[in-house]
Design a protein around this ligand. Structure first.
Ligand code: 26M
Length: 818
């Protein structure tokens, strides 16, 4: 019997209108005349979905049929941003939808604003995952993203008296048109219980008897490729109580306990942990990690392989990419499935496992490396702990064979640490299990090999590699910067969106005064677009004609928002003291965006200080409006899309050796902002590409940082030696920004003077000098525009398409399936 394939509505304004009205009537149950804006937004989203559906169904079928090797990207976070515009763009529906809405008397822009972005990530790592799945779809690589469907994403930040207050992000309450739940495809995930040995016809085997289970329900999201008709899948897991589990308690007659057990189970996917460093070792977090990777592995084995598939060939079919250590518990899980459930011999299973995983490290901070206490692991996942012990025993035996009984080395390399408590070093487990280990920028990968895991590099030659991060030009150029996108297309023709190296063609245009004028006009228009948003969103008035100096990223001491504050205070102090005439200061608006982890006290103090400095500077008439500090709360992907294209200056000022890569730095360069930055992370590569003349370098290099530490760093020496620095710090300490109260920011001041782990004071002078060069350069607007164009022209390397190509060539070996 022939079943008509899904084809989707006709690609015309009429067809779109009809489908939209259908959705409004039959899905929302309202007439156009009585529909709310939210009804209309949902109906529009459903309509876009309908157009993508045929391709999605086809691609799901094909991925199963073709049996090509594919990528399972395992990530605890996907910071997707709004979906409507991206999906319209991918499906070439933007114009049709705009006209169709107009035909219904609706301004599509009004509907765009209604979408609550899925903020299922903290920052760089989660946004990188979102860029990668976009590139994978656009490049037709067989792949699935796996993750967690948090009911509450990253908290909503508000300021009360300048201090951060967190509010829950109930992103699902107005409906979630982009997701497709599949309760029928739920996986059962076990926890707790015990392990036992048993005799299986003369073979001694182990098994795990979980104490309780949770159902993992998949929610599928479309991931459309750009203009290629592909639609990949992002599968996020949601926790639901197991009915079998409930039943036992119900039968025992304890209704209330059964209901409590249900919320207990559903807590697993309730909320995203908002810490993005110094992991807390919380049990619920480990539950989340195991929950989503176990569900993902089982899902892949069940649904992507034919029933008669020989698991010995698994490495020909899949690579599980571990996005940091968060999914690393997948390693013992795959071992458990192969050995305990499929009856495979340990050695064979281990050989397979070692080819099926690869690990990306995103940090250099020792405190950010995840460790799970043996005690907790043993309680929650007893069989996995046994497996980890055996992996470690065999690994250490191999190390002994190679290096002899060098106990120091053995201790340093052991997956199990003994201090401060017995615990599993997840990065070590990932390194031992992974076919490849990569850092996320050249410098980071080098430091990873030389400083963090040198013994492993020696033991596993060829295992370590680099893949420099990238960002998707679809979202961050085409969508976020439509003016620049049109100008590029006008100059170079279409095609650059999927082949970003073509931006090189703009170099020639940098010498063309007419092009420079158009480029400058795009930047000016982007500033107006930003002003509009900040006016309606936050009631801010961005001053006209100012340089926009932007620092947007998570609040971390290593990223050094404090250095930026000291610069602002220095400028302000100069004017307020009368030593500098306001008229001699280059007009600047400083824009901050930053969330602090709720428990990170120092980060929250710094947020308070930025707001306090802003209030004083913005209100002081002596400044004559030439300095402005704006800190819109709740920086997220949606705001990034407006802020970044408007920026003149990109602040990338982390202490050298601390920022693994950065990806904001790339988004700014691709928007024509010039970078002021240290030799850190991908800044190094940006500077090499755009050239020293188009980049403001300052600060110590990583070896210089090391040398200063080794010699003994005394921040107060820098304070004593530098008058400008002393004045800035003294002004903060005086209570000038806290209504005369010297205690408010005292902890920040003492931290800088007597600790200063991230060497803010050591880099201050160099930073101030670099900012003076920025001022001088900005005075020549035409030369600045030229540099700005060259930044765009030379940043094509930072497309996430290039990153994915590197992953394919160096790690995955999963060619596109066209
Ligand atoms: C871990 C355990 C418990 C709770 C949360 C976490 C956790 C979550 C996110 C830890 C780290 C997280 O993110 C780190 C991160 O975003 N790293 C950034 O990754 C970017 C992409 O590679 C890099 O560009 C940045 O330099 C790096 O800081």
């Amino acid at each position: 019997l022939a079943v008509a394939p899904v084809t989707g509505p006709p690609s015309s304004v009429d067809g779109f209108v009809r489908e939209f009205l259908n959705n409004l009537n039959y899905e929302q149950g309202v007439a156009l005349s009585s529909s709310s804006p939210n009804d209309r937004y949902l109906a529009l989203a459903y309509t876009v979905r309908d157009y993508l559906m045929a391709r999605w169904l086809e691609d799901q079928r094909r991925q199963r049929e073709v049996q090509a090797k594919g990528v399972c990207y395992l990530s605890a976070e996907y910071l997707l941003g709004r979906q409507l515009d991206n999906n319209l763009l991918a499906a070439r529906l933007t114009d049709i939808a705009t006209e169709a809405m107009a035909a219904c008397g609706i301004d599509i822009d009004d509907l765009r604003q209604l979408e609550v972005e899925p903020g299922l990530g903290n920052g760089g790592l989660g946004r990188l995952a979102a860029c990668f799945i976009d590139s994978l779809a656009t490049m037709s690589v067989p792949s699935t993203g796996y993750g967690l469907r948090y009911e509450y994403g990253i908290f909503r930040q508000t300021f009360v008296d300048g201090e951060q207050i967190e509010q829950p992000d109930a992103w699902l309450t107005l409906g979630s048109p982009w997701e497709f739940p599949h309760p029928e495809a739920a996986q059962t995930i076990g926890f707790g219980g015990y392990t036992e040995k048993y005799d299986d016809e003369g073979v001694a085997r182990s098994r795990w008897v979980p104490g309780w289970t949770v159902q993992a329900v998949p929610y599928n999201y479309m991931v459309p490729g750009y203009h290629n008709g592909r639609v990949n899948t992002l599968r996020l897991w949601s926790a639901v109580a197991s009915s079998a589990f409930d039943l036992r308690i119900f039968n025992a007659g304890d209704y209330a306990e059964a209901v409590r057990a249900q919320t207990f189970a559903e807590n697993i996917s309730k909320v995203l942990y908002p810490e993005d460093s110094t992991p807390q070792g919380k049990e619920l977090r480990l539950q989340q990690q195991y929950f989503f990777v176990a569900a993902s592995i089982h899902d892949f084995l069940e649904h992507s392989l034919s029933p008669d598939f020989d698991l010995a060939n698994l490495p020909d079919r899949v690579i599980f990419q571990l996005n940091d250590t968060h999914p690393v518990i997948a390693v013992p899980e795959l071992m458990r499935v192969l050995v305990d459930e499929k009856g495979m011999k340990w050695d064979a299973a281990w050989a397979i496992t070692q080819q099926c995983f690869a690990y990306t490290c995103h940090t250099l901070l020792p405190e950010a490396l995840e460790m799970w206490s043996v005690d907790l692991l043993g309680r929650l996942l007893p069989r996995h702990l046994e497996i980890i012990y055996r992996i470690n025993d065999e690994f250490l035996a191999a190390v002994r064979e190679r290096f002899g009984d060098d106990e120091m080395r053995i201790r340093n390399m052991s997956i199990i640490a003994d201090f401060p408590e017995r615990s599993v070093r997840m990065a070590f487990l990932a390194t031992v299990a992974g076919a490849k280990v990569n850092g996320v920028a050249e410098l980071h990968s080098q430091l990873l090999r030389e400083k963090v895991l040198p013994d492993f590099d020696e033991f596993y030659p060829g295992k370590f590699t680099n893949v420099t991060n990238g960002v998707t030009p679809r979202r961050f150029v085409r969508l976020a910067n439509p003016g620049l996108a049109s100008l590029i297309t006008e100059a170079l023709g279409a095609g650059w969106t999927v082949d970003l190296e073509r931006l090189r063609g703009l170099e020639a245009f940098a010498e063309d005064p007419e092009f420079r004028a158009k480029f400058a006009e795009v930047k000016a228009a982007n500033k107006r677009r930003l002003s509009d948003v900040l006016r309606t969103r936050d009631g801010f008035e961005v001053s006209d004609g100012h340089m926009l100096d932007v620092m947007v990223k998570r609040l971390h001491e290593y990223k050094r928002q404090m250095l930026k504050v000291l610069h602002i205070v220095t400028l302000y102090e100069g004017i307020a003291s009368g030593r500098v005439a306001a008229a001699d200061v280059q007009p600047r608006t400083f824009i901050f965006g930053a969330k602090a982890a709720p428990g990170y006290v120092m980060a929250k103090r710094i947020i308070h200080l930025i707001n306090a400095v802003g209030s004083v500077v913005n209100a002081d008439p002596r400044v004559e409006g030439r300095l402005q500090v704006l800190f819109p709360p709740n920086y997220n992907v949606t705001l990034a899309e407006r802020v970044i294209p408007a920026a003149d200056l990109s602040e990338q000022i982390s202490l050298a050796g601390k920022e693994a890569s950065g990806t904001g730095n790339m988004k700014f360069a691709l928007s024509g902002a010039l970078t002021i930055g240290t030799d850190d992370g991908a800044n190094v590569e940006i500077r090499q590409l755009v050239g020293d003349d188009n980049f403001f370098l300052f600060g110590m290099t990583e070896p210089e940082v090391e040398a200063l530490w080794a010699k003994g760093y005394k921040p107060s020496d820098f304070y004593q030696a530098d008058e400008g620095l002393r004045r800035a710090i003294d002004l903060i300490a005086s209570g000038a920004f806290s209504g005369g109260d010297r205690s408010t920011f005292e902890p920040i001041v003492s931290n800088l003077l007597y600790d200063d782990r991230f060497m803010v004071l050591a880099d201050y002078a160099s930073y101030i000098a670099a900012q003076a060069r920025v001022d001088a350069a900005y005075a020549d607007q035409d030369a600045w525009t030229r540099s700005s164009i060259l930044n765009v022209a030379r940043s094509g390397f930072f497309s996430s398409d290039r990153s994915i190509r590197d992953y394919i060539d160096r790690i995955w070996h999963t060619p596109p399936v066209l």
